[in-house]
Design a binder for this molecule. Sequence first.
Ligand code: GTP
Ligand code: MG
Length: 199
Amino acid sequence: MEITSAEFTISNTDVRKCPAGNLPEYAFIGRSNVGKSSLINMLTNRKGLALTSSKPGKTMLINHFLINKNWYIVDLPGYGYAQRGQKGLTQIQRIIEDYILEREQMTNLFILIDARLTPQKIDLEFIEWCGENNVPFSIVFTKTDKLKGGKLNANIAQYLEKLKENWEEIPPYFITSSENRMGRNEILNYIEQINKDLF
Ligand code: GTP
Ligand code: MG
């Protein structure tokens, strides 16, 4: 799929104020600093579309980007960033949960996982929660340019093994780097296929 247009539409904290209409939405979530905004910029080929930062906690809002005038990318706040304090964490969690559970046009949730780390409890619990709530999701391993091939393969294999403990079928997954654009075609093709089935 070619990205011919990508426009920022709106930011807010309230799912009821998200854009009207029923265009399909593909949302990106994961721990703070995992690379959500960078991935969105890589996918859309637009460097400054989603704001990125080396400091965690940059994205605090639900951000909608209209793509090719007929579907949305949604940049969600990261979960589990302790510096926000308990009140901040609870607030962000409410924003995320309301969006995911109430937004009917949310067609797929991409859950980003830092490929450098061993399986983290917070991510596994989030994936479980998605399963319990029948949220359609897939996994995106990020920052793979920071790992050598052998280590990368070992980490991915370890992650898939961990998922097999709770899932009969491994969810769809993508191996990506915003730095060298790995995984871009795969994710865009995946979205294109789902859109084709919808329209
Ligand atoms: P929050 O909005 O704070 O939740 O973070 P985020 O998940 O949107 O992360 P963001 O895209 O802002 O990236 C965080 C940091 O990781 C930035 O310094 C990025 O440059 C870096 N980064 C993101 N993706 C990659 C990648 O694929 N490779 C490398 N080497 N660095 C990356
Ligand atoms: Mg961000």
